[in-house]
Design a protein around this ligand. Structure first.
Ligand SMILES: [Zn+2]
Length: 231
């Protein structure tokens, strides 16, 4: 079991079941022995699944990649509770003795692809909802307003996006355009090189979620920033 966070392995643990053997010889005794071995294999798989569930819970795993032979992986997956099955983003063929580097490289490819799909769906949802005026905001001004009204649930921006703006020297209120004094406290608004950076800090400070999305023309067209709202 490997826990991967931000492209790195942060936790490694494992469990080995009892060794099973394949019996090639025929005969009644061999068949009986094979049944015993098959039972053991299924027992091993169940105990590995329960070990895995503990590992997922402890690491609060958001996405799961299963690796192994096709047969074992599909059997293993059916032993997971539905909630965890739903988090399986892909399966990959892998040898039990694969190196950490191989595990990381192959898994990260699958995770990145899943992440990219999730981000694309999120951006589409934000743009569609904002167009309907329901539950989302796009563009720097609208995103900053949502953020400061504590309505932003997820802040999404094009990777590397920055934009100048104004910031209240007294309370930190952010604005994309200057409209006199701070509407919250009457303080002086000072120009800042990057209002987006302050927006991200603010979002993280209140425990919100920030997604930096690469290569998404729709998001760039919508102003390179948006927010999914709580209500
Ligand atoms: Zn202010």
């Amino acid at each position: 079991m490997f826990q991967i966070h931000m492209g790195e392995i942060v936790e490694t643990t494992g469990t080995l079941g009892e060794e099973t053997k394949r019996h090639k010889q025929g005969g009644w005794a061999a068949q009986k022995l094979q049944r015993y071995e098959d039972g053991l294999a299924s027992h091993n798989l169940r105990s590995a699944a329960s070990f895995a569930i503990d590992f997922f819970q402890q690491g609060q795993s958001r996405r799961i990649v299963l690796a192994g032979t096709d047969e074992t992986v599909s059997q293993f997956q059916t032993l997971l509770p539905r909630a965890w099955q739903a988090k399986v983003v892909g399966t990959i063929p892998m040898d039990m003795n694969a190196s950490e580097t191989e595990v990381l490289t192959k898994s990260w490819l699958v995770i990145s692809e899943a992440l990219s799909k999730e981000q694309t769906a999120l951006v589409e949802r934000i743009i569609t909802s904002a167009a309907k005026g329901e539950g989302a905001a796009v563009g720097l001004s609208a995103a900053l307003t949502a953020l400061q009204e504590d309505r932003a649930h997820i802040l999404v921006m094009a990777e590397g996006f920055s934009a100048p703006g104004y910031r209240c020297m007294r309370c930190g209120y952010l604005a994309a355009v200057l409209e006199g004094a701070c509407p919250y406290c009457g303080g002086t608004m000072a120009p800042v090189d990057d209002a987006v950076e302050y927006a991200v800090k603010r979002m993280l400070a209140v425990g919100g979620h920030v997604e930096s999305v690469p290569d998404n023309p729709a998001l760039v067209k919508a102003g390179s920033i948006g927010a999914l709202l709580r209500y």
